[in-house]
Ligand binder design. Structure first.
Ligand SMILES: C[S@@+](CC[C@H](N)C(=O)[O-])C[C@H]1O[C@@H](n2cnc3c(N)ncnc32)[C@H](O)[C@@H]1O
Length: 270
């Protein structure tokens, strides 16, 4: 379907924008990948797949734990940065340009399938869930993180989406993967025992302005929203909405401390 190809081409070019790695380092969000690897008890020699891996948030700590890691992402520019980070960390990961909806891996390949804030941005969550299950070994484990719709980043992504071109109807809203009921539905009948937790990671920015600039300069979808909003005169509205969002998280010392809530889904195939 040409529309689906167009959606994926657009996603690839959006995620190539900005400096995603710089944003994650500022936020300290690489700690979430480390925590996920720790929680799932990734062990030496296990086959791990990081889906929509970006710059290797889960892949690199999994490789550091001794796993054989394959990391898949739609956006080659993300993988270039990931490769550099893995070299710096002295770990080996197979970085593969590929689609979460069509993983380039055989059935039953993975002891563990992980995704931090990745699968949520693929267009069709049902197709993605089927793929995650397909590549999971008979006794495999699953670990997924996605921003919750009612958390601060849920509100953040809704504001940004309001300044981006509307997706075709078949595209699932990314935040749906942060909704426990939807995730249960997606994996129903897959033979997985799932556990759900609302986890919170504290994202700290030096100030409200620094928070807005961090995302407007570095996070692909926000850089695009800013560009479009600037062209049609709506950047002051978008800027004001983001400023208001972060101002609500401002502390007396001027820092912004965001309780970034995400849904942590862990599962095991029986
Ligand atoms: C918010 S980033 C998350 C990256 C990383 N997992 C992390 O925790 O930082 C979303 C990632 O999803 C990737 N992505 C979007 N659609 C995809 C798809 N259909 N298949 C694979 N990757 C996809 C983007 O290229 C981007 O790297």
């Amino acid at each position: 379907m040409q529309q689906l190809i167009d959606v994926k081409d657009a996603a690839r070019s959006v995620w190539a924008r900005g400096d995603y790695d710089a944003m994650l380092r500022t936020e300290g969000l690489y700690a979430v990948g480390e925590e996920l690897v720790h929680r799932l008890d990734v062990a030496e020699g296990e086959q791990v797949v990081d889906v929509a891996c970006g710059t290797g948030n889960a892949a690199i700590p999994a490789a550091a734990a001794g796993a054989q890691v394959t990391a898949v992402d739609l956006t080659p520019q993300m993988l270039e940065v990931a490769r550099r980070r893995a070299d710096d960390a002295g770990v080996r990961v197979d970085w593969v340009v590929g689609d979460a909806e069509e993983l380039p891996l055989p059935d039953g390949y993975a002891d563990l399938v992980l995704s931090t804030f990745g699968c949520m941005f693929a267009p069709r969550h049902e197709v993605v869930a089927d793929e995650l299950v397909r590549v999971l070994a008979a006794d495999g484990r699953l670990g997924l993180c996605a921003w919750t719709p009612d958390g601060v980043f849920g509100e953040f992504f809704r504001i940004v989406a309001g300044h981006l071109p509307e997706d075709p109807e078949f595209v699932d809203p990314p935040l749906a993967l942060g909704d426990e009921f939807r995730v249960r539905e997606l994996f129903e009948g897959a033979g997985l025992t799932l556990a759900f937790e609302r986890a919170t990671f504290e994202v700290v920015h030096a100030s409200v302005d620094a928070a807005v600039a961090c995302y407007a300069d570095n996070l692909g979808p926000v850089t695009q929203a800013r560009e479009l909003a600037t062209a049609d005169g709506r950047w002051p509205d978008l800027h004001a909405a983001l400023t208001d969002l972060f101002a609500r998280q401002e502390r007396a010392d001027g820092r912004v401390v965001v309780p970034a809530e995400y849904l942590l889904v862990t599962g095991r195939r029986a």
